[in-house]
Design a protein around this ligand. Structure first.
Ligand SMILES: *Cc1c(COP(=O)(O)O)cnc(C)c1O
Length: 442
């Protein structure tokens, strides 16, 4: 049985597994036990095989997201479509035009592959892509405001999970943060009064992606900031974060879109690739050519540069946006965010039909979330399959699912499988695990 393993697994891993099994037998003998695997060769080989398979299990692996949180940062934010991955596979599996211009037979630039596409779709003059939006922020500030001041409202000093904080990035970039206004109110005058002809390098607006300030509030719109920038010949930078290109208002997601923001004509705008854009992890910078050119030449550009696999995925993602309806159908994140209630109900019914015993499950309405620090105030109406077993605690059921790499939501002493975030191929995996659980806990 295990002889083929030498072809499939590293030799060292096989040897380690055999040694571990022998050691375990030795220990059992020392404990005055009589291990069966000592005399049963097949059993011994089965134990070794189990050890090999355990060790060979990748640490970074696919999981099933049954939480209903579409952009789950801990679970990898946006999943990519099969078509997008085909592009990644092709580019990473061979040599490519990464920095070679085939037409001219000369060195090319990696930015060229997506720049014209991004410009065409967003209407921007120029574009550049980097590792993520945090890197984009760092590069923009270093290139445009080093040793000078950038004016930001106190209501927009955002912290995104994992230690990205606007004030920290600002000081790391060499720019000085000039805070204005208060947490809840910032007026046009606050910006104007803070402008210092010598020191001010830019006016910056940051989208409060992951929180909302409500009640007695006021902020200055991008359109107004643009006017102020024009009056004082200062560039306006907009960190819009979410990267939403499709208008999702019909789906109750009221987030600013890239095209709306472009109407206000900021000099530079930046956003993530793997939030509402639905692409790979990346930071996308769009805006006036003079600024983007400065960034491309900046030494940090190399430090934060994007790799070819991501670039391939990003090109494929933007390709879909030439037709918004196509994007909604082809980009998994958008597809999940725009499911109708009827579609979700049908998905829940399909899942229920696959389950071994229907008795323990029910289809119930539930609340789903956009996640990924986007649209924190939006609850999406969804459907979940809820499970409750009489002879198995909900905690144990959750653990069993988790041991099969299925992440569920627990509430009201039930396990909730939100169907919005399930891939079609997840259905069978869930059904198989439940069959298994049913047989064990009859
Ligand atoms: C998400 C976000 C960031 C950080 O983006 P990453 O791509 O996660 O690095 C920065 N600014 C805003 C406004 C964001 O929403």
């Amino acid at each position: 049985m295990p002889y083929f393993f030498k072809e499939n697994y590293p030799y060292g891993l096989i040897i380690d597994s055999i040694r571990e099994e022998i050691n375990s037998l030795r220990q059992q003998i020392l404990n005055d036990e009589e291990p069966l695997a000592l005399t049963d060769k097949d059993l011994f080989l089965r134990h070794v095989t189990e050890r090999i398979l355990n060790k060979a299990r990748p640490s970074l692996r696919k999981i099933v997201n049954a939480t209903g949180i579409v952009l789950h940062t801990n679970l990898g934010r946006s999943p990519l479509s099969k078509q997008t991955l085909e592009r990644v596979l092709e580019i990473s599996n061979s040599y490519s035009t990464l920095e070679y211009n085939v037409k001219l037979g000369k060195r090319g630039s990696r930015h060229d592959h997506v720049e014209s596409l991004i410009c065409k779709i967003t209407g921007a003059e120029a574009a550049m892509v980097v590792n993520n939006n945090a890197a984009a922020t760092m590069l923009v500030l270093s290139a445009m405001a080093k040793d000078k001041e950038v004016i930001v409202s106190r209501g927009e000093l955002v912290e995104i999970g994992g230690s990205f904080r606007i004030p920290d990035i600002m000081s790391l970039s060499g720019a000085t943060l000039k805070e204005i206004g208060t947490t809840n109110k910032t007026h046009f005058n606050d910006y104007e009064n803070a402008i210092d002809v010598e020191k001010t390098a830019a006016l910056m607006k940051v989208h409060t992606s992951n929180y909302r300030i409500i009640g007695f509030t006021e902020d200055v719109s991008l359109v107004e900031l643009r006017k102020l920038g024009d009056n004082y010949h200062l560039p306006v930078i907009y960190d819009m974060g979410n990267g939403l290109l499709a208008d999702l208002k019909d789906h109750h997601i009221f987030e600013p879109t890239i095209l709306e923001a472009m109407n206000a004509n900021p000099d530079v705008m930046l956003f993530s690739g793997d939030k509402l854009l639905g692409g790979p992890q990346a930071g996308i910078i769009i805006g006036k050519k003079t600024y983007i050119d400065q960034m491309k030449r900046h030494p940090l550009a190399r430090v934060v540069r994007i790799d070819k696999m991501t670039l391939a995925a990003l090109e494929a993602t933007f390709f879909n946006y030439q037709d918004i309806e196509r994007a909604k159908n082809h980009i998994p994140t958008l597809k999940m965010l725009t499911y109708s209630k009827e579609e979700l109900l049908k998905r829940a019914q399909t899942l229920q039909e696959l389950l071994p015993v229907n008795g323990n499950s029910a289809i119930e309405p539930c609340e789903d979330f956009v996640g990924g620090g986007s649209a924190p105030d939006v609850k999406l109406e969804g459907y979940a399959l809820t499970l409750h077993f009489d002879n198995l605690s909900t905690e144990k059921l959750e653990r069993l699912f988790r041991s099969h790499d299925i992440i569920v939501h627990v509430s009201s002493d039930k396990v909730w499988l939100h169907v919005r975030t399930l891939m079609d191929e997840d259905f069978k995996q869930i059904a198989d695990v439940l069959t298994n659980i049913n047989e064990t806990f009859k």
